[in-house]
Write a protein that binds this ligand. Sequence first.
Ligand SMILES: [Zn+2]
Length: 534
Amino acid sequence: MTNDLLFTGGEVWLGPGRRSTALAVSAGRISAIGPDAEADGATTVVDLAGGLLLPAFSDGHCHPTQAGLEMFGPAIAGLTSVEAILAEVARYAAEHPELDWIVGGTYDPALVAGGSFHAAWLDEIVPDRPVLLKATDHHTIWCNSAALRLAGVDADTPDPDTGMIDRFEDGAPVGTLREPSAYLLVEQFAPEPSLETKAEALKLACQAQAAVGLTWMQDAWVEEGGHLPYLALVDRGELSIRSNLGWLLVPERWRDQLSVIVAQRAEVEAAGAPQLLTGNAVKFFADGVIESGTAEMLEPYDDSHHHGMPVWDPDELAAAVTAIDALGFQAHLHAIGDAAVKHSLDAIEQAIRTNPEWDRRPVITHVQIAEAADLQRFADLNVTAAMQTYWAQRDPLMEMLTAPRLGPERTDRQYQVATMVTLGVPLSIASDWPVSTNSPIEAITVAATRQTHDGLPEGGWMPEERLPLEEGLLAATAGGAYQGFTEGFRGRLEVGLSADLVWLDRDITTGEPIRAREAIVKGTWLDGVQTHQG
Ligand SMILES: [Zn+2]
């Protein structure tokens, strides 16, 4: 028998401390590993050139359509000053006189004290048309006066229950709105991109995900109709990342949404590509983010008397999680503050107690801060922690917006990833892209070092919580496969499984962990078909 593909000339990673020298692929599946692979020969030989072959990665939480759409707007992501952002918005606005609105993302909220950006700054460059920019946290927008006027947001507009309008002393809006209930006051008037535009954005996003070595992702915010771009790409044979959709339920109308998500899941199943597209998760926002003071905390923030802002009443959250669990959906909860984590675990516990036993695999993502007893509950309840380990560093966001709100004791209790692994918590690696980089290798590098790009602080922040690099690889491969119910056909290198593979140009497990991020993705394969060439 001759194989289709043979990978040789480097290291084949079978798990922490386990290696081989060759891997063969036949008809989309791994057909042999080690000397057997080489003995049978192959039509195409890939010389790994001293690099590392791994199972392709999984992203446990991201927003691909949003990420793709942001590639179309003004290119403000990563800009390091307000002036640079304004210059780019001005350039884009001038280049697009046909647009009624200028919409884009994402700006770094840490560029301005308290993250409070002024409408007047945008007015100077675009006075006549509405401008709406999203912050990297995706919980905050910055807009100009034309947008505020069109939306009727002024000094007399009350703050919604679960959102905030930044104001001057006289009550007039500054131009920054926090949390969906507040920013939707403006965003609801922005034109909705067409289905074709969204499908095109999703296709670009899939290419970007393949370029960082992914073959599976959890879309963690799918609103009504948000599955249609996926169905369009499946139809055209252009969905190049396996995707699980997480339908967003909101407290105001979750009971009415149940029949909608059941129907949309059926539409996804009718596409008939169960290893490519599933609609099995339901997303809940238990709270907001610490940077905006909207994450729900057990104790008040250090800089105010607030405990933050639960999005759900705890009993309603438990009722909703129990209801979707009974319908065979996997719960996927955004929980950042320690109180939100507790309420999320309570909700999952109620679903487990109420409903018949099944393989439910609930997920809580972010888990920025949690009580020790609650970390243990993740293990006891078999809740996967989908962790944005890239955030476990003392970057400007942490220094300027997070640490002052948490105070020193809580600041040094964030992202206890190594503790979770020790406790036996199922762990996956997640990006929250486009909130931050989609690269799992970046996330694993930070997990292993807990240092900034400059290598600070020396020895790492909370060094006892560093996650050994190969444990990070395991979370990004087998851990993500388990989260997504795909471990039966991918996530490990084993004969008979799908050839979902990523080839790195170097062995990142042997050098300095901080240098792991220098690795280049030379190739990604899904079912043995190359989806990226580096
Ligand atoms: Zn997210």
